[in-house]
Design a protein around this ligand. Structure first.
Ligand SMILES: [Zn+2]
Length: 232
């Protein structure tokens, strides 16, 4: 039966007739409410931009328990790092997190000759792999760790995989960075001016020039999102 016949013989085929009515109502309501959403696009987009990105949990990457004790803190800053290791597409993010945790929770001698103590846990709160996947590091309620001279109390620490003195952050990493920073900034009420690089606080090459030069645009974007969210 063609659509035309269906319309002409509605009472002979009640099922199809009602189906057409339902489709008609759906189209009508879409044209009314769909348009309303177009007008109010800013809050909708802000909501999407500040929502929690997908994060691989500690449980998912089979994190070990933290060791010893760590201080608790309230987030007031977002600070960006690089791993300073070369990007590697072949290793899964789960394995990278396990390796980083093993390194973190053991003592070692750094290239600088400085002794690194055994840390409580992974030093960073979030890790962004070269593929753009995000994994949960140390629980954000705990202060992170550093080998450099600054106090990371109050800092949400985000690390991107790579050595950005020589490599480039992948476009997927850049997208994930913006997502997680927007989510953190909105939920922890961090202003755009408090989104900075590790080397804004300590003498280090971290997070590398190629990542650092992206931060002014990131701050601007987060500023726009924060301002739009205040109008909600
Ligand atoms: Zn760093």
């Amino acid at each position: 039966m063609t659509l035309f016949e269906t319309v002409l013989t509605p009472y002979k085929n009640m099922k199809q007739f009602f189906l057409l009515i339902i489709i008609f109502i759906l189209l009508l309501s879409y044209s009314v409410f769909g348009n309303r959403e177009t007008i109010a696009i800013t809050p909708t987009r802000v909501f999407r931009q500040t929502s929690r990105p997908k994060i691989i949990s500690r449980k998912k990457w089979k994190a070990k328990e933290p060791i010893g004790k760590a201080q608790k803190h309230t987030i007031g800053y977002i600070t960006i790092h690089h791993t300073a290791t070369l990007q590697n597409e072949k290793i899964t993010i789960e394995k990278k997190m396990q390796n980083l945790q093993n390194f973190s929770q053991n003592e070692s001698l750094l290239a600088s000759g400085k002794a690194k103590p055994a840390w409580f846990d992974v030093p960073y709160h979030y890790y962004i792999g070269v593929d753009g996947k995000i994994a949960e590091g140390r629980e954000i309620k705990f202060v992170g760790d550093t080998n450099t001279e600054y106090d990371p109390t109050g800092h949400a620490l985000i690390v991107l995989e790579g050595n950005f003195q020589t490599e480039q952050p992948s476009s997927r990493q850049q997208k994930s960075l913006q997502k997680i920073v927007a989510w953190l900034a909105f939920n922890r009420k961090v202003s755009a001016s408090k989104i900075k690089a590790h080397n804004d606080y300590a003498a280090t090459a971290c997070p590398g020039e190629n990542l650092k030069k992206l931060l002014p645009a990131l701050r601007q974007k987060i500023g726009e999102i924060n301002r739009a969210s205040e109008k909600r």
